[in-house]
Write a protein that binds this ligand. Sequence first.
Ligand SMILES: *[C@@H]1O[C@H](CO)[C@@H](O)[C@H](O)[C@H]1NC(C)=O
Ligand SMILES: *[C@@H]1O[C@H](CO)[C@@H](O)[C@H](O)[C@H]1NC(C)=O
Ligand SMILES: [Zn+2]
Length: 233
Amino acid sequence: MAPYSIMSICIVLTISLHFQETRSAINYQVINEATTTTGGIKFMEKLGISGAKQMMAEVNNFIWNTVLEQTNPVDRLTYNTLELVIKPDIVGADGIAYGNKINVSAIFFARVPDVKLGFKHLMCHEMTHSFQWTGEGRTPPMLVEGIADYTTLRAKTVDRALFEKPGQGDRWDQGYHITALFLEYCDTVTPSFTAKLNKMMRKTYDVTFFQNITGKPVEQLWKDYKSNYGQHK
Ligand SMILES: *[C@@H]1O[C@H](CO)[C@@H](O)[C@H](O)[C@H]1NC(C)=O
Ligand SMILES: *[C@@H]1O[C@H](CO)[C@@H](O)[C@H](O)[C@H]1NC(C)=O
Ligand SMILES: [Zn+2]
């Protein structure tokens, strides 16, 4: 009798520990290759290696659960390890993501007034690149960038007053802020539009995905978006 109950308790414990692990299984590595630079020093003072890892885990969960709505792990793009390297400088960029590797520039940390918020903002963008589906390379690069900036809108790491205004821009696939704001509009046409689009882009990409989700071709959505904000072009 007694040994039985102990055994079932052990099984229950093992199962729950296992689930805990699968929820945050990514091992974060943070390497500072810019320890003697102004930005690298500021990063260590205001955030540090463990603070950065903690923030990355937080952003990771935010992207999976809230932005991409991938509560089921089988829907996710995931890694055993995600490696962040702080470089003294990256020519022409604050950060660059390629799969499970992200490089960020120490110059970014030197520049931003709030290192913690700045890091969160940069991770929202770069880590979206790590976790988003890109139709095995077929998704237009500027849509990929739009989704990365969309995460920063959802995370409220940006000051919207300094952002482009909704309805601005020449094309839906202009990228970055322009496309991010358009995706927000698409979410109002069909709830969870952006998460649904990401899910459809797992294996391939086709512009008809917009119509598939909303019932309207992307050009029509763009026109509606422009006129919705009084921007006829
Ligand atoms: C990122 O940093 C690593 C480590 O310093 C380096 O080997 C790699 O070439 C860098 N990648 C890019 C794309 O800059
Ligand atoms: C959307 O795509 C799915 C999967 O390819 C398909 O089953 C469905 O019929 C499509 N719906 C519309 C409205 O096009
Ligand atoms: Zn990007």
